[in-house]
Design a protein around this ligand. Structure first.
Ligand code: COA
Length: 333
């Protein structure tokens, strides 16, 4: 675990997101597995999710989100020094999805690489990028959370397939100053003793040729939901309290909490433990389900574009994912 506050201010200059057109509602899920809209809604808060088109890869979703963020930041791909894609569903095991995005954006001078930290990945990318900028060697960084989870979902397993969706979100980070908004505090952490409760067991070097139908390790998301639930609430509470304290904030002067969008009951439990009223908590999971690394990035962009945060407002982002990983950031907008 580490708490890091940049010496030189780093600000978010623009955000963007992209969701595939195809919607898959809970009602439509009822025709795929033995489930009901009522079960999914009451257990998770999810009503619908987006599914990438055939041939539309994670890098394609990432590129569209990136274009929106670059446009808002007022810079071109050619101005980028760093591109970091957070994903657990890369186009290919190698090269990094960020390299495809670099090419798509014509970002020739940017160093491009991926981070794998599951649902916390966007904040891990933020941590790395802000350190690179803060150290003074890089000026403009593009961080993206992008996932095509539908490609790693077992559509016969009602325990998991109702939970996930596809999408991408992005942010441009650049040098800030004391007056233009800045990242105030970040925390990232990992607990490798819990690798077995949330994972994609097949498809890596431990099982490079998994069968999609047969026995053995499968290339699908697998999860012990109840265990994950308990650990998520505790880790997110600790991580957000750490950055709130580090940034010198309190419940009164936080404008918005943007939590990872996995389950409304987890979000409510976090808000309750932080004594933050529900109206200060951003929720969009009813529309998109859990999009892992993309979720907080999409939520940040929507909160920004919907005018829920304005220059000078303090926000807290907090997430949790496979690894286990957890992360939080306090940001002055
Ligand atoms: N539709 C209908 N019934 C379902 C179902 C579905 N889609 N999925 C599971 N069930 C059933 C189970 O089979 C079980 O039936 P049984 O009692 O006859 O065995 C019952 O519902 C309860 O299952 P359980 O897993 O105990 O439910 P839960 O209350 O723990 O809710 C989750 C399941 C997954 C929604 C919940 O555990 C959760 O949200 N966990 C955290 C997941 C998460 O956030 N993961 C991402 C972290 S980044």
């Amino acid at each position: 675990m580490s708490i890091n506050t940049s010496n030189n201010p780093v600000k978010i200059a623009g955000t963007g997101s992209y969701l595939p057109e195809k919607e898959l509602t809970n009602k439509e899920m009822e025709a795929i597995v033995d489930t009901t809209d009522e079960w999914i809604t009451s257990r998770t808060g999810i009503k619908s999710r987006r599914i990438a088109a055939e041939g539309q890869n994670t890098s394609d979703l990432a590129t569209e989100a990136a274009k929106n963020a670059l446009e808002q930041a007022g810079i071109d791909g050619a101005d980028l020094d760093v591109i970091i894609v957070a994903t657990i569903t890369p186009d290919t095991l190698t090269p990094a999805t960020a390299c495809y995005v670099q090419h798509n954006l014509g970002a020739k001078k940017a160093v491009a690489f991926d981070v794998s930290a599951a649902c916390s990945g966007f904040l891990f990318a933020m941590e790395v990028a802000q350190r690179m900028i803060s150290d003074g060697n890089y000026e403009n960084a593009l961080i993206i959370g992008a996932e095509k989870l539908s490609a790693f979902t077992n559509w016969d397993d009602r325990n998991t397939c109702v939970l996930f969706g596809d999408g991408a979100g992005a942010a441009v980070l650049t040098r800030g100053d004391e007056t233009t908004g800045r990242i105030l505090a970040t925390q990232v952490g990992s607990d490798g003793s819990q690798t077995s409760i949330l994972n994609i067991p097949g498809g890596g070097s431990a099982c490079p040729k998994p069968s999609r139908d047969g026995e053995g390790e499968q290339p699908y998301l697998a999860m012990q939901g109840r265990e994950v639930f308990k650990l998520a609430v505790n880790a997110m509470k600790r991580a957000s309290e750490a950055v709130i304290e580090e940034a010198g904030l309190d419940a009164e002067n936080i404008k918005l909490i943007i939590p990872h969008q996995a389950n409304l009951r987890i979000i409510d439990a976090i808000a309750d433990r932080l004594t933050i009223p529900n109206e200060k908590v951003f929720v969009n999971l009813h529309k998109y389900g859990n999009t892992s690394a993309a979720a907080m990035a999409i939520a940040l962009d929507e909160a920004n574009r919907e005018g829920k945060i304005e220059r000078g407002d303090n926000i807290v982002m907090v997430g949790f994912g496979a690894g286990l990983t957890y992360a939080a950031a306090a940001i002055q907008w």
